[in-house]
Design a protein around this ligand. Structure first.
Ligand code: URA
Length: 282
């Protein structure tokens, strides 16, 4: 008898299709199988059914009704006018870093959260004299749930080690604490938009208050915008500014240094300025 199965997909083809989906920005499967939504009937939903052994009243089996695939909790595509106010309220209520993390986890106003695999909160030693603020998690960070673990993060670790700083300090090293303006990975690593940044600034400011560093390092334009209200990192870098009453050093982002190795000379000068500041005012 002739097989009714569709032509076999080879492992190589399956891997290529999966990589293509990942390239398009797909980060998780939300159903057990593919759904061709163009072929779904446009009927209104049926009335709730009586409870059965398979589930409560109204439960629709997604295996037999693909249109009923469970959807994630509703999340706004565009921030409501009160999103920043809600962020301020949630952030202010947090009394320690664990509560702040939980507050971010429960904050549903930012659509980036839906596309991200992890909440990337922070790494390193809370209370360290230096707090480094990056921009947003990338793919590796989203997977690991930790900031700066991809290629840019490895360069950052080497830069810090050059001035005896580390997120996991060994003998002779001082600790740093690392976070990002955005705790969720933007799709395709696009720049966060001003609304997304505005919503996260209250959390970032509370994060700084609770981590209580002595000085801040902002890496890249997004972080400079969030903390100093200014962009133009080429002009800003290397000059100490003030943010939340703390000395704040803007620097090139390590991802930029990977693309423009010639700029490492200026980054080295900035690292020395950071070390001098720490030595003079430990
Ligand atoms: N770039 C950032 O700004 N932060 C990360 O965590 C990773 C890359």
């Amino acid at each position: 008898m002739e097989s009714q199965l569709p032509p076999l997909i080879t492992p190589d083809l399956a891997m290529a299709l999966l990589e293509w989906q990942a390239e398009l920005g797909a980060t998780e499967a939300i159903g057990d199988g593919p759904i061709n939504r163009y072929e779904l009937p446009q009927e209104p939903r049926k009335a709730a059914a009586a409870p059965t052994a398979d589930g409560p009243a109204g439960a629709i089996d997604p295996r037999t009704n693909p249109a009923a695939t469970p959807q994630p909790a509703p999340m706004r595509a565009q921030p409501g006018p009160d999103a920043v106010a809600k962020a301020k309220q949630a952030a202010a209520a947090a009394q320690d870093l664990a509560q702040l993390r939980a507050a971010l986890d429960g904050f549903n106003e930012c659509a980036l959260k839906r596309g991200a695999r992890s909440l990337v909160f922070a790494d390193g030693v809370p209370g360290a004299p230096v707090m480094i603020i990056g921009e947003a998690p990338g793919r590796e960070e989203d997977r690991a749930g930790l900031p700066f673990v991809g290629p840019a993060g490895q360069l950052l670790d080497r830069m810090l080690a050059a001035i005896d700083l580390s997120r996991q300090p060994g003998p002779g090293q001082s600790p740093v604490y690392i976070t990002n303006v955005l705790p969720w990975r933007p799709p395709q690593n696009r720049d966060p938009n001003p609304n997304e940044i505005a919503m996260m600034v209250p959390f970032l400011q509370r994060h700084i208050e609770l981590a209580a560093p002595k000085l801040l390092v902002v890496m890249g334009n997004i972080s400079a915008q969030a903390m100093l209200g200014q962009t133009g990192i080429t002009r800003l870098r290397g000059t100490w500014a003030s943010a939340m009453g703390l000395p704040c050093l803007p620097m090139f982002h390590p991802a930029y240094l990977l693309r423009q190795p010639a700029a490492k000379r200026q980054a080295w000068a900035d690292l020395l300025a950071l070390k001098a500041q720490l030595t003079n005012a430990p």
